[in-house]
Design a protein around this ligand. Structure first.
Ligand SMILES: Cc1cc2nc3c(=O)[nH]c(=O)nc-3n(C[C@H](O)[C@H](O)[C@H](O)COP(=O)(O)O)c2cc1C
Length: 370
């Protein structure tokens, strides 16, 4: 099973499956002399960790990360830093309950990768979906914690902006609020509504989808490359690779189709510092595949959790029709825990393009240009 790596200069390879002994990743290409501890990575992992509220799966995984390689503690300063060699990270799987999956070992769960993996590879790891399980996304979050440190001044934050058909009120957007409710929701009133709404969904044994917005600030202008190395194309691919993601938008996204040219153009003026200042950001911080220096804004739609308590029609490996009822522990809205995963993927793509830009262009262009 190939294709387990992404990124060019900041290159991440993940390994492991839901019910194996451990999951892990190798981050190759991280520059040397960046302070990095397990605590830095753990902070991000704890935000994705399951079992933290009644709105996420009760699988109890401490998700304790270990740094196996790629760091060294400077004797003079006592600071642990990256060495420039591959950073190996692992997390043990401690709360697997494979017996939860015994009944579906030969059945294909609708909405899961059971049928597609089987029809492609001819071997089925039925324990929690094996490699297709979103357990793998913990390693993306770990790699993302390293990526965040590669670009000086980079701040990547995510928020849940829609649950089912219900959108937040953007005029109430407060980043601090995302840390105060279990939904990473920036609108306190919407979060209170989501609590009741999701309780109702959960009690029915059902599930619901969500839209997540990621905003990356401190992205220098000039990252990304024309044609096949576009920053927005790489962001879309990275976000689309997250489990259960069915749509990605950059900036105004699909709404741009409803705008006129006058509305959509991000007009330019000179700011107080004499540098270009954009009067709006419909582009989502990327034009021609290259960052403008504005915030990079991406949104992605997460489908409702496929594992639900309601029976669904399916077929089994022996060619018979059957139905599937999911046992085991599942999130009623996987979009919630997808927030830190989306942040991590955006951080990895930006770190990769930062290093690629430094590799090809290096210097910062003067302003004004002539
Ligand atoms: C953080 C996260 C947690 C997830 N947990 C579950 C889950 O508990 N149950 C489930 O049915 N799907 C879950 N998923 C989604 C499945 O992994 C995914 O739908 C499945 O592998 C099929 O792949 P696809 O939806 O990308 O096509 C989760 C996704 C994410 C991002």
């Amino acid at each position: 099973m190939s294709h387990n790596s992404f990124g060019h200069l900041f290159r991440v390879t993940t390994f492991g499956e839901s019910h194996g002994p451990a999951i892990g990743c190798v981050v190759d290409g991280c520059p040397p002399r960046i302070p990095l501890t397990e605590a830095d990575i753990q902070h991000d992992l704890d935000r994705r960790r399951p079992g933290q509220s009644r709105y996420t799966t009760q699988r109890q995984e401490p998700d304790q990360v270990r740094i196996l390689s790629g760091v060294f503690t400077d004797e003079k300063t006592g600071v642990q830093m990256t060495t420039g060699t591959p950073i190996g990270l692992t997390i043990e799987n401690v709360d697997q309950r494979s017996k939860d999956y015994g009944e579906i070992r030969n059945k294909y769960r609708p909405g899961h990768a059971d049928y597609t993996y089987d029809v492609k590879y001819g071997i089925r790891d039925y324990r929690g979906g094996g490699r297709s399980s979103a357990r793998e996304t913990a390693m993306r979050v770990a790699a993302g914690a390293v990526a965040r440190k590669v670009v000086p001044g980079l701040l990547v934050r995510g928020a849940l902006v829609q649950m089912g058909p219900h959108r937040i009120d953007r005029s109430r957007w407060d980043w601090d609020e995302t840390g105060r409710n279990p939904f990473f929701c920036p609108d306190a009133e919407a979060a209170a509504f989501f609590a009741d709404y999701l309780d109702g969904i959960r009690k029915k044994g059902s599930s619901i989808g969500a839209v997540i917005e990621i905003v990356a600030e401190g992205v220098p202008p000039g990252l990304g490359a024309p044609i096949y190395g576009k920053l927005d194309a790489d962001l879309a691919a990275a976000l689309m690779s997250i489990n259960a993601v069915k749509g990605v938008e950059i900036g105004a996204g699909f709404e741009a189709a409803a705008l006129t040219g006058e509305e959509n153009a991000d007009e330019m003026r000179l700011g107080n510092d004499g540098k270009p200042l954009f009067l709006s950001n419909h582009a989502g911080g990327v034009v021609g595949g290259i960052s403008t220096g504005q915030a990079v804004v991406a949104r992605f739609a997460v489908k409702p959790t496929s594992s639900i308590l309601q029976p669904r029609l399916s077929v089994d490996r022996f060619g018979a029709e059957t139905d599937v009822v999911t046992k085991g522990r599942h999130d009623p809205c996987v979009g919630i825990r997808a927030v830190p995963v989306g942040e991590a993927m955006v951080a990895c793509v930006i770190a990769d393009h930062f290093l690629r830009h430094r590799g090809q262009v290096g210097e910062t262009m003067p302003w004004p240009m002539d």
